[in-house]
Ligand binder design. Structure first.
Ligand code: DGP
Length: 228
């Protein structure tokens, strides 16, 4: 199944280098907590490297930066922050990596990114913040070429264990996050049934990602989030 292709996610501004040099693809994995994103992202990178593609695994939040450490303290309930403030910190954490992200893509490296702006909007909107306000700080970041949404019912994700240590790992909240994700689907999304065995999902992702990498190599420019 594919996402609703009637809504575009991309602005008209192009950030590509203007040349036809092959570039890497920006591929994002999204989904609820415990949907399998981290495992599948790591497997994808190993697969791509194994067949000779230049690929790197990235994740947001990037907890290694000073902004990321503030986010980490918030997530583990060591600090309290206003909902708007933490929203902007998550966004800042993506902006501080933008330049490196673009450099890597332009040099031909594919980035497999575990969470991106869609998490940013879905988790904050699930708290009741205005969806359009939540999207605004993401405007201008590189738009993913492909979003792989690992789709799993919140109840099923909660059964997978490892749930409960961090701030957002609560079933009722995750149900709201799922609704907000739904509102964000656009033509770059592929909806992946994440209830199937891991190997089956892995194979499906490999095929989709390879097609996408080829499309990017033939001169597709890097677009920007988020015109609608
Ligand atoms: P992870 O490191 O992928 O387990 O993410 C940690 C938690 O933070 C998870 O519950 C999802 C949430 N999260 C990830 N990105 C964002 C974001 O940009 N904004 C908000 N509010 N939450 C996020």
């Amino acid at each position: 199944m594919e996402g609703d292709s009637s809504k575009g996610n991309k602005g008209s501004l192009k950030t590509g280098g203007g040349s036809n040099d092959p570039r890497g693809a920006l591929i994002v994995l999204e989904g609820l907590d415990r949907s399998g994103k981290s495992s599948q992202s790591a497997r994808l990178v190993s697969y791509l490297e194994g067949i000779g593609h230049s690929a790197e695994l990235w994740r947001f939040p990037d907890r290694t930066t000073s902004v990321g450490q503030m986010i980490s303290a918030y997530l583990s309930n060591e600090s309290q922050l206003d909902d708007h403030t933490i929203h902007l910190l998550f966004s800042a954490n993506r902006w501080e990596k933008r330049s490196l992200m673009e450099t890597k893509l332009k040099s031909g490296t594919t980035l497999i990114v575990d969470r991106y702006s869609y998490s940013g909007v879905a988790f904050s909107a699930a708290k009741g913040l205005d969806l359009h306000w939540c999207k605004a700080p993401e405007f201008g970041l590189p738009a993913p070429d492909l979003v792989l949404y690992l789709d799993i019912p919140p109840e099923k994700a909660a059964e997978r264990g490892g749930y409960g240590d961090e701030r957002y790992e609560q079933l009722e909240f995750q149900k709201k996050v799922a609704e907000c994700y739904h509102a964000l689907r656009d033509s770059s999304w592929k909806i992946i049934d994440a209830c199937r065995p891991m190997e089956e999902i892995e194979k499906q992702l490999q095929g989709i990602v390879l097609d996408n990498i080829v499309a990017c190599k033939v001169g597709k420019p890097i677009s920007q989030l988020w015109s609608s």
